[in-house]
Design a protein around this ligand. Structure first.
Ligand SMILES: [Zn+2]
Ligand SMILES: [Zn+2]
Length: 175
């Protein structure tokens, strides 16, 4: 139904579907659609985005079904709920160590492969030693900036104002 088949994604959604079932949830066509959509999605969608995307095909599906399915997967460690920017959590089906690139302008999120196989190891060990006894579970790195499209747009028509700096603008002279 949707695009060419890619084995890794099929595996990923199969694992997720097994988890949904193991959590005691019935594998309804709605839940299967939610899982397949998330597993194949590199954009780190919010629950609302997935809901709106799937609603035309599944008009009786509720937002709660989408949210609860995603929450079940996150609890089982099969997807991650990310807070990369203000607003609703984004759901990430990629559970390998990786970083994120986030566009300031359109909110686009993409995966960035971690440079080293063990993201939490050598490079970060000295820094974290500043917090004695802290045990690292994961290292998150976010590259913030502009995606290619937004960078192009910004060159064409720069936004009227940049983010205000820390200093208040000089007040205009009184008349
Ligand atoms: Zn962008
Ligand atoms: Zn990711």
């Amino acid at each position: 139904m949707s695009g060419p088949k890619r084995p890794p994604l099929e595996d990923r959604s199969a694992t997720m579907l097994a988890c949904v079932r193991a959590a005691g949830l019935k594998l309804t066509p709605q839940r299967m659609a939610i899982v397949r959509e998330l597993a194949a999605d590199p954009t780190h969608p919010t629950a609302q985005e997935l809901f709106e995307r799937l609603r035309p095909a599944l008009p009786t599906m509720s937002f709660a079904t989408v949210y609860n399915t995603l929450a079940t997967l996150a609890e089982a460690g099969l997807c991650a709920a990310l807070s990369l920017s203000p607003g609703a959590s984004r759901f990430d089906p990629n559970m390998r160590a990786h970083y994120h690139a986030v566009c300031d302008r359109c909110g686009m999120v993409r995966d960035v492969p971690a440079a080293t196989p063990a993201a939490s190891e050598p490079a970060h060990a000295p820094a974290i030693s500043a917090v004695p006894g802290f045990q690292v579970r994961a290292v998150e790195r976010i590259y913030r900036g502009l995606c290619a499209d937004c960078a192009r747009e910004a060159q064409k028509a720069p936004p009227p104002r940049r983010v205000p700096g820390p200093r208040p603008a000089a007040s205009p002279a009184r008349g």
